[in-house]
Ligand binder design. Structure first.
Ligand SMILES: Cc1cc2nc3c(=O)[nH]c(=O)nc-3n(C[C@H](O)[C@H](O)[C@H](O)COP(=O)(O)O)c2cc1C
Length: 255
């Protein structure tokens, strides 16, 4: 079973490709699962679970950390082999070590960890933007052979396939906790005058965190994964995060 969380579709695409190669069933996490993980019972007869999610600030997205720590696991899931599949725009630092810690705290058998470089989606800080169309498509193209390699590694048990990047210790041990503490607020989200109050963002939010306000334009609640699905999906590019998204692009993996 491949259990996945995806903001903008990159991880969904990789999970679906892996599922095609391995035959493992797909399980997408949405508002029901992510907002009350303790109320969900997960089990599988596949003999393994692949936990798939994007890399956030060189670590595990807090929403996935909560889900993996709290979800109830059935007997077969408890005795299954567990794998991590992360997608990242550039590099993942020590995301795998954070994931291992969560798995080991639950007494699960950790079998392998894999990373795939996909188009960048983070736009909320100066200097961070989506990739050029050309680079994004190149990454998509390269991801195919990477996933084939991952499927083979899973079958053969031939070890991890990671994209550690430079200075992983600083990124994962210093930036990640700072990011979690100071950079995850949904408060700066707002709409520009281009918003037509179509309601798409509230329908697609993976946490059900966006609701229509008085004039039907969206209002963000507190339970935000910062996945940016709303920002990247808006057909009018009318969602902004303070002034930090000004002049930035959009990316959505529609495959
Ligand atoms: C909040 C946030 C933090 C991110 N941090 C990183 C990072 O530390 N390293 C990286 O290479 N990419 C980072 N990215 C890019 C995503 O990991 C990458 O684009 C991923 O494939 C998105 O997957 P998704 O489409 O399934 O959400 C970040 C994206 C977001 C939204």
């Amino acid at each position: 079973m491949i259990v996945y969380f995806s903001g903008t579709g990159n991880t969904r695409h990789c999970a679906a490709q892996l599922s095609r190669l391995t035959g493992d069933e797909l399980f997408e996490l949405g508002p029901d699962e992510l907002s009350r993980p303790g109320g969900i019972l997960l089990d599988t007869s596949d003999g393994r679970i692949v936990w798939a999610f994007p890399t956030y600030a060189w670590g595990v997205p807090p929403v996935m950390e909560r889900f993996m720590s709290e979800v109830a696991l059935g007997e077969k899931a408890m005795s299954a082999r567990h794998y991590m599949l992360t997608t990242c725009g550039d590099d993942m630092g020590y995301t795998d070590l954070q994931w291992r810690k969560i798995m080991l705290a639950r007494g699960l058998d950790v079998a392998g960890a894999y990373a795939v470089v996909m188009p960048n989606t983070y736009t909320l800080m100066p200097g961070f933007d989506v990739d050029s169309r050309e680079l994004a498509l190149k990454k998509m193209e390269k991801s195919r052979s990477r996933i084939a390699l991952i499927a083979k590694a899973m079958e053969e048990g031939s070890g991890d396939l990671l994209v550690r990047g430079s200075f992983p210790w600083i990124k994962s041990k210093i930036y990640y906790p700072l990011f979690k503490r100071f950079c995850m607020s949904p408060e700066p989200f707002h709409t520009t005058e281009a918003c037509t109050a179509c309601g798409l963002c509230s329908r697609i939010c993976p946490l059900g965190n966006i609701s229509p306000g008085k004039d039907k334009t969206p209002v963000w609640g507190r339970d935000c994964a910062l996945c940016l699905r709303c920002y990247h999906s808006c057909p009018r590019h009318a969602i902004a995060y303070g002034s930090r998204t000004s002049g930035k692009g959009q990316w959505l993996c529609r495959k």
